[in-house]
Write a protein that binds this ligand. Structure first.
Ligand SMILES: C[S@@+](CC[C@H](N)C(=O)[O-])C[C@H]1O[C@@H](n2cnc3c(N)ncnc32)[C@H](O)[C@@H]1O
Length: 215
């Protein structure tokens, strides 16, 4: 009975993390913002964006990355927020109405694998804790490579695969890949790894993979 409850809780949580929805989605958004703030902050720092730049947060969840990117690019820049979750899009629409009205934030209901952005238009894109939910990484990364401007950066934030594999929640629909497989998928998608940093300390620390389109 207790096992049944635990498993159903873990399944529910996994579903929310993959695509927050309904009333629990709001709670998930807040939880994501709190838990992932450090990794998101470091991912954005690795983009090295200048004021006026065009940036994107793909799978922005609770939306803390959107706010930080808006600060970075300033009033002359543009931030694109990409999400598949209605609940997260609705939350960001409310929270950042001022930026949408000012034309500095554009939200897109779509997947990383189908970006409605102009080719070679984005100076920097992050995606944090999303790749576990994407089946065909090569396809998604090829799409990202296509919208990045020459010299633009794409930063993936991901938890350590060993840590992920030890978490019961990841047994429910997550794809946990070795870091080398993610780097290989970047290459297959025409993105070259230029830096691999850790965020946090010790073996549990998360990974930041910084890449740029191949010439
Ligand atoms: C675990 S949350 C991470 C959210 C946020 N990046 C963070 O670090 O707090 C994963 C998010 O990715 C979104 N997502 C999942 N698959 C996606 C895809 N194929 N394209 C874009 N977003 C996706 C989900 O809706 C969810 O909001």
């Amino acid at each position: 009975m207790i096992m049944g409850f635990r498993e159903s809780f873990e399944r529910g949580l996994a579903k929310q993390l993959a695509r927050p929805s309904g009333r629990r989605g709001a709670l998930t958004g807040m939880l994501l913002n709190r838990r992932n703030e450090q990794l998101i902050t470091e991912a954005i720092a690795a983009l090295d964006l200048k004021p006026g730049a065009v940036a994107a947060d793909i799978g922005f969840g609770g939306g803390t990355g959107l706010g930080k990117l808006l600060e970075r690019v300033g009033q002359s820049g543009t931030v694109h927020g990409v999400e598949i979750s209605d609940a997260m899009l609705a939350r960001a629409t409310r929270k950042y109405a001022w930026a949408i009205d000012a034309g500095t934030l554009e939200l897109h209901e779509t997947s990383m694998s189908q970006l409605p952005l102009d080719d070679a238009s984005v100076n920097g894109a992050i995606t944090v804790n999303t790749i576990y939910f994407i089946e065909d990484l090569k396809r998604a990364f090829t799409e990202v490579a296509g919208v990045l401007a020459p010299g633009g950066r794409f930063v993936i934030g991901m938890a350590d695969p060993d840590v992920m594999a030890s978490m019961p929640v990841t047994q429910h629909g997550f794809t946990v890949r070795p870091v080398d497989d993610v780097i290989e998928a970047l290459r297959a998608g025409h993105l070259e790894l230029v830096d691999h940093r850790r965020c946090g300390s010790g073996w549990r620390s998360a990974h930041l993979l910084v890449s740029t389109p191949m010439a």
